[in-house]
Write a protein of this length. Structure first.
Length: 90
C-alpha cells in the first residue's frame, strides 16, 4: 500500500513539474530585459514630463521641461538603434 501511494505521488509531482515548465515563458536575455525596462522607464518619464509641461506657466520651467523631453526622445532613439546582444535577427 505504501509503495503504490509513493509511486502515485511521484507521478503527480512529475506531472505538476511538466505542467509548470510548459507554462514558463522563454528566457529573455538580460541585455534585452534591461533595454525593455529602460524603454518603459523613458515612457513613464515622458508621460510625467508632458503632464508637467501642460501645467507649466513660467517660460523657464517650460524650457527646462522641453529640454528634458528632447533628452528622453534622444535616449529612446539611441536605444532603438542599439542592437541587443544575443537577440536573433531572423
Amino acid at each position: 500500500m505504501a509503495i503504490g501511494w509513493g509511486k502515485s505521488y511521484e507521478e503527480q509531482m512529475e506531472e505538476a513539474s511538466q505542467r509548470a515548465s510548459a507554462k514558463r515563458e522563454p528566457r529573455v536575455p538580460i541585455a534585452e530585459r534591461v533595454q525593455r525596462q529602460r524603454i518603459e522607464s523613458l515612457k513613464l518619464s515622458r508621460s510625467r514630463i508632458e503632464d508637467q509641461l501642460s501645467k507649466a506657466v513660467r517660460p523657464a520651467h517650460r524650457e527646462m521641461l522641453m529640454k528634458a523631453l528632447q533628452a528622453i526622445e534622444e535616449e529612446a532613439e539611441q536605444i532603438a538603434q542599439t542592437p541587443v546582444a544575443g537577440k536573433d535577427k531572423s
